[in-house]
Write a protein that binds this ligand. Sequence first.
Ligand code: BGP
Length: 487
Amino acid sequence: MNTFPKGFLWGGASADFQVEGGFDEGGRGLLSHDYETDGSLEEPRHHTMKMPDGTLIYPRSSFFYADEVPPEAEPVFLEDAYYPSHKAVDFYHHYKEDIALMAGMGFNVYRFSICWSRIYPNGEEEQPNKEGLSFYRNVINELKKYGMEPLITICHDEMPMNLALKYDGWSSRYLIDCYLKYCKTLFEHFGQDCKYWLTFNEINAVKGFGPCGTRKSDGHVRYLAAHHMFVASAKAVILGHEMMPDAKFGTMYAMSELYPASCKSEDVFHALLERRENWYFIDIMARGYYPSYAKQIWKHHGFDHLEISDEDKDILKRGQLDFVSFSYYRSNITQAGDPWFNVGGSINPYLETTPWGWPIDPLGLRHVMNTIYDRIQKPLFIVENGLGVIDQADENGYVEDDYRIEYLKDHFKAMRDAINEDGVDCIGYTMWAPIDLVSLSTGEMKKRYGFIYVDMNDKGEGSLKRTPKKSYYWMKEVISSNGSSID
Ligand code: BGP
């Protein structure tokens, strides 16, 4: 069989602060990411902050970095800095056009994240922000108009600024209540139209000020914050199932593959231990309990105890996920003696890499799908995968991105084999990202992922004109043939 299962969900994925912009419109409150500058592979992006004596500091806090932020430091906007989230690619004003373009490819699902501070500007108001709700109501109506299923990420690596500054983000248990109130509002307003929900994005990768709002990111703080997020997620699943009996819940994990660097027993065993750093998050949330190896992970991170009450254990058990969703971009290798990276690792000499150093490994996707499914036995949803590269547009904004087509074709074949040959249950695929957007790790525009080109440079200059690339038309055929056109 060379097609995907009937009813397979095909689409794209994005995150609010990487596409929306409109950071000071519609009553939106500030997010931690709003103070994050642009950067590059060589020059990591950073937050701009001020000490009480006026000294400026620049802690890095995105994806691979989580510098400690002194307790007395306050965020500050600098006139000469560029903050990509403020405008992003202006989906806030272009959503109708963007959704129409996605519909033109035949998407039947679109994964997007709701900006927490658009709904609760400082995270703890009594009432939600009506303008924020009406923006997402319009987005959902637009999707429904074209028969697209919304797949909503409730929290994509972000934190209302007020909750970070006042409570130190997820290190505080109080955040569970704030998150639950936010979820309840979303379920009340959008529940009748939205079946698929993701409680968090890449929960196994986030740490520090930008995504979690914590000033420290040592092992104890990171795992305490994660525990609060586990309980918040499980409570959201329990509530969501009560309010929307047909709804399905997942959490998204960064599950790029990790291989032992050699067949030396020590390397193979090291890879197993290191990989558990990711399994920890899936096991707790999808199986509903802390695994037997939890203490070993904590010890590795310099602490040996986390307070987990019986009540929390019961919530985790009752709030298990319905499906497992994950991002897959690459594979890396590891060997005995290496530090544990929970994302990334050393380069595999057998693989080519992107200009940003991400090894390309389609078979690794099939491998990951099998290992997750063997272990968890719940449906999978691949909610991020794609190629970030420099595209050369012609004078009309058109890009001949054969390399992207090749990348996707190889990954789709691997995915199809996992489903049809290996028997993995996978319900859908959302490519990162249907439209060019701001890179999370570097803040650049030139690291482009889209089927649709956006005329905008790293400093936010350009007409913002949207133009389908060659891969757009290719993807349209893939979807209309349900995958058989890739042969
Ligand atoms: C994932 C994030 C996304 C996204 C993607 C690509 O980790 O969930 O937000 O940005 O990676 O990474 P980057 O933008 O750094 O190329």
